[in-house]
Design a protein around this ligand. Structure first.
Ligand SMILES: [Zn+2]
Length: 162
């Protein structure tokens, strides 16, 4: 994606296999600060395509054409975005804007639909938890951040109109 800090990692992802583009999966970091070092470490065995700081800075670690290791059975069909912060805390307005920027790009370039979805067979802006056990059985990103997806989609719709 153009206009973001590209920091490609050299481990913890699988090249190719992303012909299906269902949309973007929202994650919560349960921590703060760039995930580049962690996702670069060979033993980590996890990664994400994007990360967004509290201030709305965006880093991209994995090409959209490669599979990041975030949501297991969902890695092939879905892109992923980690958001700095914790389950009990909402995304900041800057984070809402930043996730919307990534989604707007995906809508333009990869035809991600302007929808919120709660199904692994659906398309749109989803959550890690919607994949259940097949996606690792995580509660991520929690009801508060999951509930902010409509606000993100409103921003996407606004930016696509201008
Ligand atoms: Zn997650």
């Amino acid at each position: 994606m153009e206009g973001v800090a590209r920091k490609p990692i050299e481990a913890n992802f699988t090249p190719g296999g992303r012909e299906v583009q269902r949309g973007l999966i929202l994650h919560v970091q349960e921590g703060e600060g760039s995930l580049f070092e962690r996702f670069s470490a060979p033993g980590t065995r996890s990664s994400a395509h994007f990360w967004v700081s509290q201030a709305g800075e965006i880093e991209q670690y994995v090409s959209i054409h490669d599979r990041a290791w975030t949501q297991r059975a969902g890695n092939a069909d879905w892109a992923s975005i980690e958001t700095s912060g914790f389950t009990g805390k909402p995304l900041t307005p800057a984070q809402l804007d930043a996730v919307a920027r990534v989604y707007t790009w995906g809508a333009r370039v990869h035809a991600w639909p302007l929808e919120v979805t709660n199904s692994p067979q659906g398309r749109g802006l989803g959550t890690h938890s919607m994949g259940g056990a097949a996606w690792g059985g995580h509660a991520c990103p929690g009801p508060q951040r999951a509930g902010q997806r409509d606000a993100i989609m409103e921003r996407v719709q606004q930016s696509l109109r201008t």
